[in-house]
Design a protein around this ligand. Sequence first.
Ligand code: 13P
Length: 252
Amino acid sequence: MSERHRLVVGNWKMHETAGQAENLARAVLAALPPLDARAHSEVVLAPPFTALAAVHAVVADSVVALGAQNMHWGESGAYTGEISAPMLLDLGVRYVILGHSERRRYFHESDEEINRKVRAALSHGLMPIVAVGETADERDTGMTDARVVAQTSAALDGVEPANLARLALAYEPVWAIGTGRNCPPAEADRVMGCIRGTLPGLEHTRILYGGSVTPANFASYLACENCDGGLIGGASLDANAFVQLAILALAA
Ligand code: 13P
């Protein structure tokens, strides 16, 4: 067993208005059993920016922490439409998902931009959750390991070794996201081992699996040597399913 504490993150993506998000967060809290403080496991909800304040009002003073889905690397400035780390901190945000494949694919985020965001988040005391993963084409052409290692080393370039335990990585094969085709756990564990081997110091970094996680398959990931939790999309929009995932992670 590793010393790494489990982490379960609900990425609500572009779902839920502020009012809907508040109700969903309430439903999650109501169904979550009291967490054992000694377990130090963490449960994070990452609603859209527009619902951060509403969800914070629900989860403040609870065991559930608040996450954002993206941020800009600057502190402030002429970046129309962007949100900075101090703005997130001001809303009670503690975690920020960076480099999600949907950001890379639809918004053309480069490895270099993701690296700037990771370093900015760390310097402001936010905990980055950095997503990496191969496309179906990359997997079919034998590029999986090279791709995730390249994404990981680019995202973490210049990060102080002492900060590696303050961030989490998420292995999300692009072809497994929202498809119902989850990566077989043994293969996910192998790739997460590859990610962990990218740099010295990553043995203390939490690595999450993401991609069609459900209450039926999550325990098989948690049983893997290299898996420290989950980054959950669709199932996090169902309070009962998400709480089942959190309970599995706490028990593992
Ligand atoms: P699904 O759980 O819906 O496959 O989404 C995974 C994901 O992208 C989480 O960030």
